[in-house]
Ligand binder design. Sequence first.
Ligand SMILES: [Zn+2]
Length: 297
Amino acid sequence: MSNSEEKDIKDDKKAFSADVEKNKIRTDTILIGDPHLTDLRIETENTIKVLDMLKKHTDKRIFVKDIRKFANDPTYSGAESYLGAVDGRSDSIIVYLNVSKLHTCEATFVHEILHQILKYEGFPDIVIYNDIALDLPPQIQMVLPKLQSFFSSTIEHPEIFKRMASDFNLDLLPYYEVHLQQKIDRFKRRLDKDFKVRAEYYFYAQQDILDGLEYYSYPPKYREEILRIFKECSPDACASCSFLYDAKIRKIGFNTPALSYESAKIIKDHIIKYGEKKSTGIFNKMWEALEIKKPSS
Ligand SMILES: [Zn+2]
């Protein structure tokens, strides 16, 4: 390649990144195999490999969309700060990526497709138990889908992080760097929050316990740092989470559908008992409304 050709490519890439920042690039409905993916720099050995793994289970078409489209849905308010999300529909799979963090898109794409693969492998689903949910006030019901996806992520992430490291050739340091920053921001927002009632504070502590379980599967450097911040910002939840992890979850883990199911049940019981001790009342009903579906095989 000549020097001028190299310069042209460099300029194009620069222009592309600038356009993505300004939201000018049409990231909506990009089909895998579309030349736009090469621009997004996510059509790589790793993303092709994860799609080959998925093909063993389904031939659904894959679409990539800007996460900001997803964030328009009130249920997922705040989603624009996520690295990604995935929506498995009956005829297609939509992967949402945070294009303002381009350097994380490849790893996030692999991560989101792995969520789908775990579903096909029979890892437990978290569903909303309607008998309980319908008795709750509407504003509380609205929070349930968020809590449901949060719970689902917590039980799938340890296995996903493990596969991201062992089955792919991804540069995971920048990915975890952004992850860590997001968790720090989450604690910052929480410290700034003005809790109207004591029960609400402990409902957040319950979510901290759930979120905290994920930190144990981060690479050591990031794990230590986030656990230190967790202890500082939410000491009571941190103590409860580390007890839960050390006494039970560490030994069972999440490696197979059956083990993941066992761990999920223990986590749910633990969080509900914590809520009973702290008298979180109606907030505790939300956890009761989450049902862990037993793996079929
Ligand atoms: Zn995830």
